[in-house]
Design a protein around this ligand. Sequence first.
Ligand SMILES: [Zn+2]
Length: 1043
Amino acid sequence: MSQPGIPASGGAPTGLQAQNGAASASGSLYSNGPVQNALVSSQISVNQGYNSQLPGSYPHLIPAKTLNPVSGQSNYGGSQTVSPLSNYQGPGQTLHRPPVASNPATPSLHSAPVPRMPLPTSHNPAATPMPSGSFLPGANVHPPLNWQYNYSSTGSQTNHCPPASSQPTISGNTNLTSHQYVSSGDPSFQNNFIKSGIASNTNNGSMVVHNSYDEIEGGGFLATPQHTNKNPTMSRSVGYSYPSLPPGYQNTGPPSTTGMPPSSLNYSSGPQGFIQTPLGANHLAASMSGLSLHPEGLRVINLLQERNMLPATPLRPPVPNLHEDIQKLNCNPDLFRCTLTSIPQTQALLNKAKLPLGLLLHPFKDLVQLPVVTSSTIVRCRSCRTYINPFVSFLDPRRWKCNLCYRVNDVPEEFMYNPLTRVYGEPHRRPEVQNATIEFMAPSEYMLRPPQPPVYLFVFDVSHNAVETGYLNSVCQSLLDNLDLLPGNTRTKIGFITFDSTIHFYSLQEGLSQPQMLIVSDIEDVFIPMPENLLVNLNESKELVQDLLKTLPQMFTKTLETQSALGPALQAAFKLMSPTGGRMSVFQTQLPTLGVGALRPREEPNQRSSAKEIHLTPSTDFYKKLALDCSGQQVAVDLFLLSGQYSDLASLGCISRYSAGSVYYYPSYHHQQNPVQVQKLQKELQRYLTRKIGFEAVMRIRCTKGLSIHTFHGNFFVRSTDLLSLPNVNPDAGYAVQMSVEESLTDTQLVSFQSALLYTSSKGERRIRVHTLCLPVVSTLNEVFLGADVQAISGLLANMAVDRSVTASLSDARDALVNAVIDSLSAYRSSVLSNQQPGLMVPFSLRLFPLFVLALLKQKSFQTGTNARLDERIFAMCQVKNQPLVYLMLTTHPSLYRVDNLSDEGALNINDRTIPQPPILQLSVEKLSRDGAFLMDAGSVLMLWVGKNCGQNFLSQVLGVQNYALIPQIMTDLPELDTPESARIIAFISWLREQRPFFPILYVIRDESPMKANFLQNMVEDRTESALSYYEFLLHIQQQVNK
Ligand SMILES: [Zn+2]
């Protein structure tokens, strides 16, 4: 695999070296984020008024970087904000960036909006008059600019298409970039020309060598043909795969499907069959004629009169108002959706709507069908590097116009042949132009180094506390069961580290009769003993690995060691993995107490219910710094926290957040006392160990010129401007971005968004997964409202609220959520509705907006007045940031079903299984009845509430008990009875569980059950001690809106 100029596998790529070197060289000086000086000015305008400017280095909970222009410090907050400056490729993690004197944008001068809500004040409504547009007193500041989504564009530039000058200059490819020659002449000659061009390209040694992923994702200029790895396994695909050109064609010209000799199959034969879908401005009429809105969608609703707007079936995302020919090609909303399916054509219009503009992505979702293209030519726009997609327009078969930057590009000769139809001259029918979601096999230009083996390192807490929980048994058993299912190939490597007050390594060298344990007690300066034997080839050392997994749970049963040197263990693990990168899975059961990264308890139970003064920010920057080091070496860290006590997840979680890992949390895990947690861990480990994984991934999101992405949410690190660094990417992670309209879109009717995820598969293939979404541009406020996607809006607001909680306060975030509803509905009332009717008038699209926001206020992340543990709240916030929208919504607004009368009416039939589909009910005790049984699906937990007078039939046929009193106090499983009732509910619950990557525990709840309070807590529409009922909330909103 070694290519000239590409670093050998052991060496870090230059760009990363620099970045990482900077970090490690800095030692404790390392206080700033990976932000470059040049980014400062625009940074501020993006973030001002949103992130607090705390001194100190990493005060915030969740990935974000914000620059403090005064101190020159960069802070991390809930999200990572992109500098709109183009892709400056610097040494990443900048240290002690000097203040930028010339920067005109100081907080007091810049023109970005002021945050809508000032500091929280008394929550006593009587204390302060209720100002307009605020939920809580004292929360109104003029001008009433809401939050940050109407941020000013002053001082920043779009970053959707970096200036051409910032694109890498690829000398080795330039001889192939100009394809004008293909528009004339003999096709066979053209092919020869290409071939010779390639040959010279290869022969003169000008193979492109990139030194950063930024260049790769931005580069790969018309990906050089013939460098594709021709390894036969490359054509393996998840779904179906399109072969590259048939060899005969490549050498002799297009196949003579028309019966003509190849040489006569020239340009003119193409256009005859050339019919392109109506796209672009020149097809304006066509695109706007297909109004897909159902008349229902045009209704204006008075929510005070029509309170039950919740549909009985799962809410579907709105369909963009596009011509059906375009819409049928559009990206699946499960993968890619926008808060506004009709994009306002100016920022002014967006500001008027007071709705956030952003994208929600689930880019690596498991797909049943995924077209994979192995073509040697990856066609991309020469100017902005967009991948060719269904929404480009073909001016003629030889030229296509980019839908993001409008540059006219030549169609490469090879692209003229359609491998699907085996016809020449119809580039518009190529799979790349027919599929909004597609995967490319990437040639070596898309690699910084040869693909590394999949590496899995497990780091286990074996302190006394850990042994007490008994978790090692479960985890080791699960690993034994799934060892052969770990994604990988013959090169897969595996290793283990355990730790308490010391660090233990395990030599698994082939040929040993049993694993050798090596103890390193110097945790101040951790070194790796015999590194070559600690990460071993799984195939070659499988027996030793199995030996170790069988003995490990017993090895520490007698331990009295209570200390936890987690930090040093992570440092050791990082050192071990640095050469290759890979996935580190860390299991921790307590607060780390020894060495670097040691933490102190700081949760104060009496402050749990308060909305302020809680520790949502990390207490040390150690975990963040280490995570950034890991990211630089392509290591992602997944944290499994199994702890009954406070473990400072706000600090520990940083290790996963910035390294693009995941956090799993099993509070009060115990192998005997908490069997449901054992089951949950087991099921989730099964998924975790066997799910797809991508290594050395980067993701970039591009959008049509005029739009600009400014803030990212999720677990990753923004490596350079808008390039997300994902050492690992997994199919269960979601991302969100915020956008603004930088330049008027009046000249276009359609805009597009494209995400490109470049990764190395566990089989060692370099792949690019591309999703493209196309949306219409609108010029009126009413159209903006009609196209609002209330779930996406709520999801994006939740992400923003997590940031706000961390950078300001929880009550601030809650206020902002409420104001989001008030402001948008006020805008609708004042600017769209012509006659001012009484009531709370909302567009049909936003009929659930107040309900979802109320649900967010009652969600674990943002709720007040409960005894939610701090770590549980932090975990809920991690989930908001990292979960795909569909699960976030389920966690926020659970689905309630009556299940004591399930029938097969309207049931799904999947593989001979009949799955009942009961209607979804409103979340109110009014919907419950004592003679029934109700299942609440809250995402990670299922609660089956059984009424006191529940029918005997349900008790005996489903629960297997003779009367209500015999229902066990704690019941977490349904017996499999040989009755149709039992079969139905079990089928339904199994089906719900299969839909998601995590395992929801089932609790059967009767009146005296400990879980009853949780069940009632999720009744979003009901009043609680500390929260309004839905009706009260509507009245409050109405009062504010009608002011
Ligand atoms: Zn372009």
